[in-house]
Design a protein around this ligand. Structure first.
Ligand code: SF4
Length: 318
């Protein structure tokens, strides 16, 4: 039986021109109708998202964004981390899109793909986005990454931060290199990420460290979380936080076999806990919240200065 013709983003993905390929990863270019997307979920602390790429080479076992490749009919578990699409970027069109953003609304960069994954070294989509913010003013931008490549743009981020509110969130789930390598196989080591926090902070960029997701039996020990909070404080982070793991079906399909193989003694508990729903049941979320609030107090995050006030007065607003 002939299969139905692909439409929309699935057709664009199939027709996308190959830019380059490594043994493990293929890079392709894809047109984007818009780079700025409205976030419809009221649960999120931002109104807009920007994702420079589709797919993410870092391949975290718990990644909740794998479903985004399913829109392109790329359904194999490894497609998300092996077929990376760089979005076409047009600075003038992007500047026009920004007109939709109302004053006070947050724009989150890197909600479904890391903006500083290896592809960025070559294609520079994230850098070109930041260059627009560095020329404009009055926006609130939060960028999340696990990559020390972000330091390449330290000066640009600092410059953008003088005209806008700009925050970088570095994700560091554990300081244990082996555990990080197992859970986030292609992401930079935790010490490199903390080094990036130090460098950004020294450059005047507002930077926070987030230990999300906190995973039962893996990185949820008090000492584990404290090691991240201490290192964050020493590196000059002004914010620290962590949220419990959740596993949507696309993530569960990868995470469960991973736990069963690498941490077999946890397999049954994870299957029980997440087999019937994406969010942890019981008191786990409260436990994480309590630990985070103790650590924020111990390392005095509440009193740290978040960022210098942008120079709203002299620059173009929107
Ligand atoms: S870095 Fe983020 S987007 Fe990339 S695989 Fe990991 S969790 Fe997913």
């Amino acid at each position: 039986m002939a299969s139905a013709p692909l439409i929309g983003i699935a057709r664009m993905a199939q027709e996308a021109r190959t830019l380059d390929s490594k043994a493990r990863v293929e890079y392709r270019e894809i047109a984007a109708r818009s780079l700025l997307n409205r976030c419809s979920s009221g649960r999120m602390p931002f109104e807009w998202t920007i994702n420079s790429y589709r797919g993410c080479e870092f391949g975290c076992k718990y990644c909740y964004a794998r479903y985004t490749h399913e829109f392109m009919e790329l359904r194999a578990a490894e497609d998300f981390e092996r077929q990376i699409f760089a979005k076409g970027f047009d600075a003038a069109a992007f500047a026009k899109e920004l007109r939709q953003v109302k004053q006070g609304e947050w724009i989150a960069i890197g909600t479904a793909t890391d903006p500083y994954q290896p592809a960025e070294r070559r294609y520079g989509v994230t850098r070109r986005v930041l260059e627009v913010f560095a020329r404009r003013g009055g926006f609130k931008v939060a960028l999340t990454t696990k990559s020390d490549l972000v330091t390449r743009d330290a000066g640009l981020l600092a410059e953008a931060g003088r005209r806008n509110t700009v925050r970088v969130n570095m994700t560091v789930t554990t300081m244990d290199r082996e555990l990080a390598r197992a859970m986030e196989p292609m992401a930079p080591r935790p010490d490199l990420r903390m080094g990036a926090v130090r460098e950004l902070s020294a450059a005047g960029v507002s930077v926070g460290v987030f230990a999300s997701p906190v995973m039962p039996g893996l990185n949820d020990g008090k000492a584990d979380l404290e090691a991240v909070a201490r290192a964050a404080s020493e590196a000059g982070a002004s914010r620290f936080g962590a949220m419990p793991l959740f596993l949507k079906p696309c993530a569960l399909r990868v995470f469960l076999p991973f736990v069963e193989e690498r941490f077999p003694w946890l397999g049954r508990a994870y299957a029980d806990q997440f087999g019937r729903g994406a969010y942890p049941r019981g008191r786990f979320s409260e436990k994480v919240e309590q630990m985070v609030s103790e650590l924020r107090a111990r390392y005095d995050f509440a009193s740290k200065r978040l960022e210098a006030a942008p120079d709203w007065g002299q620059k173009e607003l929107f």
